[in-house]
Design a protein around this ligand. Structure first.
Ligand SMILES: [Zn+2]
Length: 552
């Protein structure tokens, strides 16, 4: 097994030396280099049609995915195991004056100690056990490991009872253009050949979960993410008549207070807990100073999921909006009553009423009032916004605002909606065949590796970082409908190949190298685990899934 690790290490360093920052020509070069490498293998020399560079659909940069299929020969195998890796990296600007060495592991090791790091980090950088460089951890080592697996199993094709499908994709650190294009090609390939995916293995990085954590992790399934947004509409007033209006900023503050880091919104499955939602943006639409209060605010959150589907998240956010609205009205009434009594003026209950709708609800109310015309208005707004090349979040907010502009109800309200992106979570359970088989295969592989090493290897559910792995499965049609109906950018500015993802839907596992500081200039991979136990777990998992165990 050590020999496998040595080969992976050599290739990982070679791949690191090819800069492939997301959004650059380097992404094309690395795809070609991986293609050339695999093309040298005997298997692809005799089966050249099973190695392909697949152009990414509609990509301005002309980027490509690398696809390699090792077809099992033991039976007319229809099951496929997907081996997935991203070939891009984040940028290198963080290396500042050391930029020129960012992708040269050996040279960088000499230069990095000039940067002020903690003693522990400096010791690791100096140690032969660690290799530094942009992408070495995230995730060139993982891609190298998959390339070596393709090589190994291509020599054992006659023992395989299924097909090993490797795909290397760019743009993971961007908008997942590589993976979203790949799923369509994979869906097409499986339907043409009558194949079925039984699972996916990603080899993206793993790291410590808390300071001082000594464990190594294998993650089955992955976390997901949604971007629920709130459009807060108040009734503006002059500051001289403060109680005559409803300040949209106050509504926004209460929603922020009730949503932000609220553990009742943690998504829990199998005892594994997501981080609670956290706000990413809160801004009102006022552009200049005036003594009028703000009447519209946009507020959105990063919302991690393990089990809740978009329809459930929408319902939870709507409930938070309702209770926030109630609190604001209650507080305003209490303060107004005190104010009246202090100023000795007659008191009347304030007119505010709770008014919370989803975007879908508002849209249908407006449509009932004005018919098809609202669709024409939305299309016009879409064209204008596209010309301005606005960001997906800004686009979404502008459409909500536009539809609201045509709504007869101008009372204060909160509209709950979604903005892109959407990363589905994948919860792997043993209540379906593929999930059960994958769980058993991984657990068996981990136990075998554990016996041979002196650190703890822990299997957990849900890879905790947002990755392309999310696009190996997606929520059911009803849930997706709730997402798309409430996402004004859907098909206008943003889309996902939902049907393709549904058709290849499979359980996933991440068996990745171990290291520290991904996306930082001290990014480094640890040779222990990454080049011994990890390759073994990977190799065994594939074996458990694709090679028939001879009974003796
Ligand atoms: Zn990664």
């Amino acid at each position: 097994m050590l020999e496998l690790g040595e080969r992976i290490k050599t290739i990982a360093i070679e791949l690191t030396k090819i800069p492939s920052v997301v959004g650059t020509a380097g992404e094309v070069e690395i795809a070609e280099r991986i293609y050339d490498y695999l093309g040298q293998l005997d298997y692809f020399q005799s089966h050249p049609e099973q190695l392909q560079l697949l152009p990414i659909k509609g990509d301005q940069l002309g980027r490509k995915n690398v696809l390699a299929v090792v077809q099992g020969k033991k039976t007319a195998a229809s099951k496929c195991l997907l081996c997935l890796g991203h070939i891009d990296t984040v940028g290198i600007d963080d290396y500042a004056e050391l930029r020129a060495y960012a992708t040269s592991p050996e040279a960088l090791k000499e230069k990095l100690p000039t940067v002020k790091f903690s003693e522990e980090t400096l010791a690791e950088i100096a140690s032969a056990e660690w290799i530094v460089g942009r992408g070495i951890l995230d995730m060139k080592t993982g891609v190298a490991a998959l390339m070596v697996m393709v090589e190994e199993y291509s020599q054992k094709a006659e023992q395989l009872e299924g097909n090993l499908v490797f795909i290397g994709v760019p743009d993971e650190e961007g908008n997942s253009a590589g993976m979203l294009s790949a799923v369509q090609d994979l869906a097409e390939m499986t339907s043409e050949k009558g194949w079925e995916f039984i699972g996916a293995i990603d080899t993206d990085y793993t790291t410590l979960r808390y300071p001082g954590d000594d464990n190594r992790y294998v993650y089955i399934g992955t976390t997901g993410k949604l971007l629920p947004c709130f459009y807060l509409y108040g009734e503006e007033t002059h500051v001289g008549e403060a109680f005559n209006g409803l300040d949209a900023n106050l509504l926004a503050s209460e929603v922020l207070f009730q949503m932000d880091l609220s553990t009742d919104l943690c998504d829990i499955a199998d005892g594994e807990v997501t981080l609670p939602p956290i706000s990413l943006y809160q801004r009102d639409v006022k552009t200049e100073y005036s003594v009028q209060t703000a009447n519209a605010v946009n507020l959105y959150f990063n919302y991690a999921t393990h089990v809740s589907q978009p329809d459930e998240v929408l319902a939870k956010c709507k409930a938070k909006a309702i209770s926030s609205f109630e609190n604001v009205i209650k507080r305003l009434n209490e303060e107004y009553e005190k104010f009246c009594s202090l100023s000795q003026i007659p008191h009347q209950k304030l007119p505010w009423e709770v008014n919370v709708l989803t975007y879908e609800e508002m849209y249908y109310k407006v449509k009932a009032e004005m018919g098809e015309e609202i669709d024409v208005i939305i299309e016009q707004a879409t064209r204008k916004l596209r010309d301005k090349k606005v960001d997906d979040r800004e686009f979404s907010f502008a459409i909500v605002q536009e539809v609201h502009k045509h709504y007869s109800d101008k009372n204060s309200k909160i509209i709950v909606y979604f903005a892109p992106p959407y990363y589905p979570h994948i919860y792997v359970k043993d209540d379906d065949d593929n999930g059960k088989t994958l769980l058993a295969a991984v657990n068996k592989a981990v136990s075998a590796a554990q016996a041979a090493c002196d650190y703890n290897i822990v299997t957990r559910k849900f890879y905790p970082y947002i990755s392309d792995l999310s696009y190996c499965s997606i929520a059911n049609a009803d849930s997706i409908a709730k997402l798309t109906e409430n996402m004004p950018a859907w098909t206008r500015q943003y889309t996902l190949p939902v049907q393709a993802i549904q058709s290849i839907s499979m359980p996933v596992v991440n068996i990745g190298p171990y290291g520290k500081d991904a996306h930082k200039l001290s990014e480094r991979v640890c040779t222990a685990y990454s080049f011994d136990a990890m390759p073994m777990i990977l190799y065994k998992t594939i074996e458990n899934l694709l090679v028939k165990q001879e009974k003796n």
